[in-house]
Design a protein around this ligand. Structure first.
Ligand SMILES: Cc1cc2nc3c(=O)[nH]c(=O)nc-3n(C[C@H](O)[C@H](O)[C@H](O)COP(=O)(O)OP(=O)(O)OC[C@H]3O[C@@H](n4cnc5c(N)ncnc54)[C@H](O)[C@@H]3O)c2cc1C
Length: 400
């Protein structure tokens, strides 16, 4: 919205948000890492928009005085068989033009992270941390200062074309789409852009576009190091990713408030916005378990899924994972922390949709909508670059 209003100051824009504030869900419940763009398939939107987005994010924070720390990140191989994958990751990072990458050995690992053990690490000094809620609030302020309207407590439940009488009037021709909320309030507009995270498939369906890929919620729980143990971690420490689940893997992440978060794990959530272990929504649960794509994913990964579930309940199992990197960490040093829920897009064959997806549809309303169908990590890092890509696409589709 910020990008569009800056490009088209003569058009009227409104953001409709179902919560009382912006960034209440994924954008305000994440690890807070400014990713440098190492992991992603060269040439993919993720690779391109992450590298651009990280540079834009640092620049934006400098302009707005938003605090961040460029504290770097080590991806650490602790087993011999991880080394070839680590080297491949280094090559990939170079292809993606990630600045400053280098492979380092055990001695240099200890120089950077005195309590971390490892055989080899990929050192990414460009990686940083920031509070994305603060960043999102700043985007919202920019948007409002440029004349945009933010309507909170506005849960969109319906989109349809205006009835003929109003469509014939001048305003009806200009704003032929009616968007309604739960309370029956409505807004008329010419075009719609959705960015609904955990509900992106539902909003797509409401507009007459495809419900697939569907969103399956995966909760990620964090542990927090007790403050007196924060000295154990200086920057981000990550494992070598499992190629089957590149977005998983417990990591050590310093936060802007000085605390250290550990995690997150990934367990199927029984509620799309369920931040607690036992949160349950019958509708969301039914939606998930009646989707063939989820069953295909689960059946292919039963042992991994059960392992994650076990670790979600067992503190000592989680700590054992962390001890591979920092053996000094014990169960007495950690507390259960906050959680986030990932909007994981899944196709009907059970494949995780990896890249960012921006797409519209056909039909009266569908052709006037552009949906952000999939914006998983690192979409917070990439947000300004994503905004430019979406604004380009909106201009092309809607001839703005
Ligand atoms: C645990 C976790 C850790 C992560 N760590 C990182 C990280 O370190 N770095 C990084 O770059 N990325 C990270 N990410 C990813 C990043 O946070 C997300 O990709 C990004 O925030 C997605 O933004 P979004 O606007 O698409 O979704 P959201 O932030 O979820 O926003 C969607 C909004 O749509 C609103 N909405 C939904 N339905 C409706 C409706 N019907 N009517 C009106 N409003 C509606 C919601 O209330 C919400 O405000 C992480 C994500 C998670 C979950």
């Amino acid at each position: 919205a910020r990008e569009l209003i800056q490009r088209h100051p003569s058009l009227a824009f409104a953001v409709l948000e179902k919560e009382q504030e912006p960034a209440h869900h994924q954008s305000g419940h994440n690890s807070g890492v400014i990713h440098s763009g190492i992991y992603y398939t060269p040439g993919s939107l993720k690779a391109k928009l992450c590298v651009q987005g990280a540079a834009l994010c640092y620049k934006y924070c400098d302009q707005k005085g938003i605090p961040y720390k460029q504290c770097g990140k080590l991806i650490v191989a602790v087993e011999q068989d991880e080394i070839p994958r680590l080297k491949a990751l280094y090559e990939r990072g170079l292809q993606n033009n990630v600045p400053g990458l280098k492979l380092i050995g055990a001695k240099e690992i200890q120089e950077k992270e005195p309590f971390c053990r490892g055989l080899m690490a990929l050192d990414s000094p460009y990686t940083g941390i920031v509070d994305y809620k603060q960043v999102a609030q700043s985007y919202a302020r920019d948007f409002q200062e440029a004349g945009g309207t933010i309507l909170t407590d506005f849960e969109v439940t319906n989109m349809e074309m205006a009835k003929e009488s109003s469509a014939e009037s001048e305003d009806g021709l200009k704003y032929p789409v009616i968007v309604r909320n739960k309370k029956g309030e409505e807004i008329s507009c010419g075009h719609i852009l959705t960015c609904a995270g955990l509900h992106s498939d539902r909003l797509s369906q409401i507009s007459g576009c495809s419900p697939e890929p569907r969103i399956v919620p995966f909760r990620g729980d964090y542990l927090v190091l007790k403050p007196e143990k924060s000295y154990l971690v200086k920057g981000n420490i990550y494992p070598v990713p499992n190629p089957r689940f590149p977005f998983l893997g417990f990591h050590f992440t310093p936060r802007m408030d000085g605390s250290i978060w550990l995690g997150p794990n990934a367990v199927l959530a029984f509620k799309r916005e369920g931040y607690k272990l036992l949160d349950f929504s019958p509708g969301d649960f039914l939606d998930a378990v009646t989707y063939s794509g989820l069953w295909k994913l689960v059946l292919r990964n039963v042992s991994y899924g059960l392992g994650e579930l076990y670790r979600a309940f067992s503190l000592s199992a989680q700590v054992r994972q962390l001890q591979k990197f920092i053996p000094e960490v014990t169960t007495n040093d950690v507390l259960r922390g906050p959680s986030g829920v990932r909007a994981q897009a899944l196709d009907s064959e059970g494949n995780l949709v990896d890249d960012f997806v921006f797409d519209g549809g056909s039909g009266a309303v569908g052709s006037r909508v552009l949906h952000v169908r999939n914006a998983p990590s690192p979409a917070a890092t990439s947000s300004l670059a994503i905004a430019a890509a979406i604004a380009d696409e909106a201009q092309r589709r809607f001839q703005l």
